[in-house]
Design a protein around this ligand. Sequence first.
Ligand SMILES: [Cu+2]
Length: 156
Amino acid sequence: MPRPFYSTLLLIGLFALSACDSNTAAVSPETPPPTGLAVSDARIRLPVPGKSTGAGYFTLHNHTQQTVAIQAIRSDVAGAIELHEHIHRDGQMQMRRMANPAAEAQSSLQLQPGGKHLMLFDMAWESGQQTATLQIDLDNGMTLEVSARLESLVTN
Ligand SMILES: [Cu+2]
């Protein structure tokens, strides 16, 4: 008699466990907070077939009392990376290079489609590769290293 009751409990336990697991996976990895700086939602949009230029996005969270600016960014999948922003000029959307985008104290800097973004040139990656490394050099001498999800616009 108590047997089926037990297995029901076990089943509920397993369910709770897997729900917890998928929750953790949904949260994008953040660099540990002792420095007060964290990067979330880092992703790289792969070039369309025949091209070698991709785009990158992330959010830099600054929980410190000082403004931090990005000086340079490197990745294992790109020959060079530039920081760009979109601007409206003469009714047209244009891209231009940004000098050193900053996250104000107690604020965040968001790179996103249609706004500030990374352009990755001469991209090369392994087929099936899921993530790539972004190294973000800051003007305070720190380098943040984050794992960025590789995204394709083309469905396989
Ligand atoms: Cu651009």
